[in-house]
Design a protein. Structure first.
Length: 497
């Protein structure tokens, strides 16, 4: 969610200061995405009509930079004197990792001017430039004001990144960039067919985050079944600690643990049907079982009092101070909450708790995917330069730099050797190892931003977890939102291939 990011966001931040944005993320930044895919912001997600306006194709792109000569050192044929403009989402991952990569670009192309800037307001800053046909060459499209990826792709606003993926990697001329990436990264950037429109740079582990120290103090292990979860929450309650908290103002964080739980209980095909906007997808028994389980947390008083009024920073701070045991989040939380997590917290993440032994997938099934979505606009003046900057960022050195500075993995499949991993990152790597092939990647936050955030998140899950809707009412409402999106001809629709 923007991300993603993370946000997605990738995603959303509680203040305008870069300090409180201290993670993305986004996607998930959130970043992500959602990714940071991320979901991190104070303001509400723009409506679809507003997002569509942002991606209108009006304006004149002006003159594109003349392509340079392709050489072994310049495989994308970057014009060595052309300006390259890079706009970064100013989220929890900070700016330093990107600025370091820009320095490498400047070293490789000393005659080229690089214009680098960072903002939390991606949408409002760049919407006019897309309309005018004068967008930057590379954008980290994450945070609360993430531009809708489905709209951008549907209106042909993005460059196909296949030339980047097929170019030699920055480290090894004998290996293509695509062959250095983590599984699923290329597919995430595809919406219809073979073109790849997005390069998700961060690699986010979503799940249930907690203090191992706090869990040990309860003489408890991480619960694998829902009965065990309720028992752990009851133990916590007796010691004055809530079982759960979450970003009540941005309840689209709840799916970071709820969606993979649905997949674990009912199988990945249940999540695929939801992503595909299939009729009655939300009425699957696995969805009802998981909604009932989460609602039980509310009914039994295991949610931190006041949670529906907390934003992501406030909920994370309360959790870090020991007021709640569990929080659904993405791996950006370690960096974003670094200033409030105690030194002896022993941060850990787990795949979601299931219902019982009848679940279709094993314990360890987790949601992990790309976050921090980078795009090269179709009307960029120097698209080769934007892709070259990404090629640099996908090198081992830049990946290690990112991981060591922001406590998150990248899309580069490696980059951790020789680095002292933090507790959260160590736990995330272990969770991925436990999951093996049981890694899920729900796409709603990438394909249908408004549906995921405003409707499913705020109007559906947020209302249910605050006790204002029953699970049955929430499912009926969410199914209605999904049906409306499926019938909306103004929305570009996507399906799992």
């Amino acid at each position: 969610m923007g991300s993603t990011s993370a946000e997605h966001d990738n995603e959303n931040q509680s203040t305008e200061s870069a300090n409180t944005e201290s993670r993305n993320t986004a996607g998930l930044g959130r970043r992500d995405l959602i990714k940071r895919s991320a979901a991190l912001g104070l303001i509400s997600v723009p409506t679809m009509s507003f997002l569509s306006a942002c991606a209108s194709s009006g304006g004149d792109s002006g003159s594109k930079a003349k392509a340079g000569k392709k050489t072994a050192k310049n495989p994308l044929g970057v014009n060595e004197t052309a300006q390259m403009e890079f706009v970064l989402f100013d989220g929890g991952f900070g700016k330093e990792y990107a600025q370091d990569a820009v320095k490498i670009y400047q070293k490789d192309f000393p005659k080229a001017k690089v214009k680098f800037s960072a903002t939390q307001k991606i949408q409002s800053t760049l919407q006019p430039r897309f309309n005018q046909g004068t967008p930057p060459d590379l954008i980290d499209n994450s945070g609360a004001e993430q531009m809708d990826m489905g709209v951008l792709v549907g209106k042909s606003q993005l460059s196909d990144l296949t030339p980047l993926l097929d170019a030699p990697s920055y480290d090894d001329p004998g290996k293509k960039v695509r062959d250095t990436l983590r599984p699923g990264i290329v597919e995430m950037g595809q919406f219809d067919g073979n073109p790849v429109w997005i390069m998700y740079y961060a690699y986010t582990v979503y799940g249930v985050w907690y203090s191992q120290k706090a869990l040990d103090s309860l003489d408890a292990e991480y619960p694998k079944t829902w009965d065990e979860m309720l028992a752990v929450c009851e133990k916590a309650k007796k010691k004055g600690m809530a079982g759960w908290t979450y970003a009540g103002k941005y309840p689209y964080y709840i799916p970071f643990s709820l969606y993979p739980m649905i997949g674990k209980v009912g199988g990945r095909e249940v999540l695929d049907a939801i992503d595909n906007l299939e009729p009655n997808a939300w009425k699957n028994p696995a969805v009802k079982a998981c909604f009932d389980a989460y609602y039980e947390l509310y009914k039994k008083g295991y949610i931190l009092k006041g949670t529906p009024g907390l934003d992501h920073i406030q909920s994370q701070t309360a959790w870090a101070k020991g007021k709640a045991l569990f929080i659904p989040n993405g791996s950006w939380v370690e960096n974003e909450s670094a200033n409030v997590i105690p030194a002896d917290f022993n941060l850990a993440v787990s795949a979601p708790t299931g219902i019982d032994s009848s679940d279709k997938m094993p314990f360890g099934t987790i949601w992990a995917s790309g976050g921090e979505p980078f795009i090269v606009p179709a009307k960029a003046k120097n698209p080769e330069g934007g892709m070259e900057q990404l090629r640099i960022m996908l090198s081992e050195a830049s990946s290690k730099n990112f991981t060591s500075k922001v406590k998150s993995l990248t899309a580069y499949n490696g980059g951790t050797s020789g680095i002292s991993l933090t507790p959260g990152l160590t736990s995330g790597v272990a969770a991925l190892k436990l999951a093996g092939d049981n890694v899920l990647n729900p796409r709603l936050q990438d394909w249908y931003v408004q549906l995921q955030k405003e409707q499913i998140g705020v109007a559906g899950l947020g209302e249910m977890m605050a006790g204002r809707l029953t699970p049955a009412e929430a499912i009926k409402k969410i199914q209605g939102f999904a049906d409306a999106a499926a019938k909306d001809s103004s929305i570009k629709h996507y399906k799992h291939q």
